[in-house]
Design a protein. Structure first.
Length: 195
């Protein structure tokens, strides 16, 4: 697939703008409010794939800890190479982590899990389920791969990261939900055609 120069330019502009917007956000108790707004129907799913927050991403670790306390199996991604693929490895919250290919704290190589719920970091989202990531396409591939096995993709974000329309192409995987400190948003477009 040949990249669309206009779409790539729109994404680059949106990334630059949203990085600055996200850097200005005061986190406060936002991570705890994710727990308050998390839909009960999603809290029943397991395994849950989280992420280690970097670069100003909202911290979903308290939500992961709450789900683990409720008996859900929790995993974090590990990238052995920068090209991927990501492997989701069990994490109990107290094991030592080591840097993966991107320098992100990750569980040591071990049992790989197939998550039914995937928490997705992002720079921006819209209510149709489009998300703007860092530009590597890693989560687009992750979502597409695991969605084929029934996984649900949930973006975790600050409310300020919402855009009216996120620039996206046909290869960009849509989110099923977005959870912010203010609300849980069921993304209509991503659910079309799904059982």
């Amino acid at each position: 697939m040949t990249p669309d120069p206009a779409l790539e330019a729109a994404k680059a502009d949106a990334r630059m703008f949203m990085r600055a917007e996200r850097a200005a956000i005061e986190a406060g108790d936002a991570s705890l409010k994710l727990i308050e707004n998390f839909p009960l129907e999603l809290a029943k799913l397991s395994p849950v794939a989280g992420y280690w927050p970097v670069g100003g991403e909202i911290d979903g670790r308290p939500l992961l800890a709450a789900l683990a306390k409720a008996g859900r199996t929790v995993a974090l991604p590990r990238m052995e190479t920068r090209a991927g693929p990501a492997r989701f490895l069990a994490w109990r919250g107290n094991e030592p982590l080591s840097a993966d290919a991107f320098g992100v704290p990750s569980p040591p190589p071990g049992k790989e899990l197939n998550p039914l719920l995937i928490f997705t970091p992002l720079l921006a989202f819209d209510r149709a389920g489009r998300r703007l990531g860092q530009g590597g396409g890693h989560y687009d591939r992750i979502i597409s791969l695991y969605r084929a096995h029934g996984a649900i993709a949930v973006g975790l974000a600050y409310a300020e990261q919402e855009m009216e329309l996120v620039p996206a192409g046909g290869h960009d995987a849509l989110l099923d939900w977005v959870v912010t400190p203010n609300e849980a948003i069921r993304c209509a477009d991503s659910l079309r055609g799904r059982a």
